[in-house]
Each structure stands twice: as structure tokens, then as C-alpha cells.
Design a protein around this ligand. Sequence first.
Ligand code: RNT
Ligand code: ZN
Length: 458
Amino acid sequence: AMSFAIRTLGVGSSVFIATCPESARRADAALRRDQEIARSNDDISVVEAAHHFVGAIGVDTDKAMRQLARIPISMHCWQGDDVSGFEKSGRLDSGGIKATGNYPGRARSAAELRSAIELAFKLIPGRHRLNLHALYAEWGRRAVERNAVSPRQFGDWADWARQLKIGVDFNGSFFAHPKAESGFTLASADSGIRNFWIEHGIACREIGAWFGRALGSACVVNVWIPDGFKDVPVDRNAARIRLADSLDRIFARKLNPRHVLDAVEGKLFGIGSESCVIGSHEFYLGYAITRNKLITLDMGHYHPTESVADKISAVMPYVGEVLLHVSRGVRWDSDHVVTLTDDLRELAAELVRGNYLDRTHIGLDYFDASINRVAAWVIGMRNMQKALLLALLEPIAQLRAAERTLDFTTRLALLENARFLPASAVWDYFCQTQDAPADDAWLPEVRAYEKQVLLKRA
Ligand code: RNT
Ligand code: ZN
């Protein structure tokens, strides 16, 4: 490990000689210091070496780790059971979202789901949040319709969250239900259907406010509906007017923003709504701005060449806060496990560079049923954190200075150098300080759980 660190340091220093004399001088000094320490002490850790190196380019690694530890990520409960929920009624694809795969071990009850989530949280550094869906109501003996859900069905979730000391976010479930089979909910022309879903929306906000109060942390309640046309419609306008009116009715009651924050999520297309989605991005952006709501940006909900990273600074002057659904679309809104892609790195970098972290709620949104579901969470959550760490380790002052003076050569050189920083050592150290396993240590724990628990399920 040591020789690797020193080699990294050497390469890094010479790169910086070429780009910035002052940081090169500091990098050289740091390198000499590290080499001396290495000679005098065989045990010097890669972490210390990385500290010195990254420090030499003007970045405070300790500060970066402190900041990272303060960023909660809302983990989506629905990865644990392929968005099934506990109702056993509607079909998932009555709403155009689809989990594919049949890896063994899907959680079939709240107890099973909570146990899997606990394991995931144990394997992810830091303290996070849980993102729940109304589908995950615990009924007890009597079925409770979606328009009648109340805090009563979420008492066990709240008790459990309190024990774990985590906040909870919430979502209305406007899909996987007989009353969503037509493809229309809040924008339905059928007033019976529309009212049913308005009542659901109202009920979900009340549940969110209750969670927020109970846990002492504002609950973000997200609205996403599947409404749209498979084929080209002739009256988009009427459906959009109905949707705006339904939302206004859902949000009519003023609730304390310290307890609940309302968010609306648009989309480009879905399965069954290929030609027109009523709740498109423009529709909800306008709605969020005029009604003072959060806009939800899902990374799978735009044309593949559009970048959610670019949208952050475009919407921030006009909306108070943003909710992110961090996902990975592969060709389409396929909800793949979040990996450490350029898209993800750019997104995290925008949040850090623009100082938007305080106004951004980061949540994950994907569901892959073809791999171990706990691993899917752990990989996505840790990748989100890694992207944030890389962003926090960026030599931002130098990058800004280069761009301001139109020195795009230096900007590109610095950005490319930053890709290869020994950030993995800082990450390992971060995991250690947070009592979480390093990258090579969490999978064995997931495998043990798989063997002892998941594979025993029919
Ligand atoms: C669907 C939206 C929505 C859902 C979850 C389950 O396209 O992304 O956020 O994925 O609410
Ligand atoms: Zn989403």
C-alpha cells in the first residue's frame, strides 16, 4: 500500500509542476515530507499520504470529510422489494414503472424490509434518511384504501426511525392500483377517480407532516403521477388544467414547512405514456415556481442528452429548494443502480461548486431486481457519497481562477488531474471514522445475510 501511495504522490506532484507553480512547490514539499515519513516509519498509512497530497493542491481533506459526514441521503425503501409494497392489490406496471429481475430474497413484509434496510445503513458511512412510499402502509387486519391512509398505518415505521435516529421522507403512491389502470389519476377526466387521488395526496401530506413532527426533521413529500397518453392526444390542455387544479386542492391546507416540504416530479415519458406526459418538466417547474414548491429532478426523466447537473443552477434562482432523484437511466428511464459515472460526478460537483447543498434534498430512485437488493442500496448510496467527496476535494479556487481568466487549458488539465487523485484513501479513512466497512469489506457482510436470511425465502 505504501509504495502505491508514494508513487501516486510522485506522479501528482510532477503534474502540478506543469500547471501551477505555487501548488507544485507545495506538492513537492509535501512529497519530500511524505517520503521522509515513509523512510522513518514503515507504517505510514495511505490515508496520511493522501492527506498530504490533496492538501498540497490546496484542498482541506478534513474539512471535506466533515462536510460529507453532514450530508444525509434519503435511501428509497422501494429498492428492497421491487416497488411492491404491502397491499398485494394492484399491479406495479399500472403506472408505467417496472422493476425487472427475480433475484431471490425480495422483502415481503415490513419486518423483512426494515431488517434489510438496517443492514444497508450499517454498511454505508454516515447518518441518512429513509424515503417511504404510501404503498408501504402497514394495515393490520383491515385493508385501508389509499385515500384513507393515515399516520396510524405508519406508527411502526416512525418508532423504528426514531430508534435509528433517522429522518423519513414520503411519497404518494399514485400507481399500482385499480384506480390508476386508465393511466390517469390527478389529471383524470373522471371526477370520481380524480377526487380519490386528490384525497390520497391530501392524506400523504398529513402523514408527512406527522412524520416531520414526530421525528423532529422536515419530511419531503413528493408527488409523482403516471398520467399521460400512449398515443398523440388532441387535448393536452384540458388534462394539464385538471392536474394544476388537483394539485392546488392537495396543497390547499397550509402546513408547517418545518414539518413537511412539498415536491413535484415531472417526467419526459413512461411506459404507456410515450406520446404525452401531463406532468412534464415544464409543467411542474412552472407549478413549483408559482406555488413555492420544491421541484424534483430525476436523473432518468429527461432526454438522454440532457444533464440534470446543468439544470440545478438554472432552476435555483427561481425555486427555494430542489429534491433530487438520483438514478441511472440506461437508454431510457430504466432506474439502474447508481454508479460512479461522469453524470453523477458532475451532479455532485454542481451542488458543491454552487453552494447548493443546503437547498438540495438528495434522494435515490432506482430499482434493480436482478442483483442482491441490499448490495444495490449500498453501491448506490456509497457512490453518491463518493461523488460528493470527489466534488469536495476539487481544487475549486484554482479551477474558478482559470475559468475566469478564460484559461480553459488549465481548467481542463486541472479537472483531468483531479480524476486521478488518491481520493480512495480519503474515502477509506472516512469509512473508518464513520464505523463503516471499506469498499472491499461490505460485500462479505451482504453475502452472509443473503445466505442466512434471503436465500431461505421461498
Ligand atoms: C417514476 C418516478 C418516481 C418513482 C418512485 C417509485 O418515474 O421516478 O419517483 O420511481 O416514486
Ligand atoms: Zn423519481
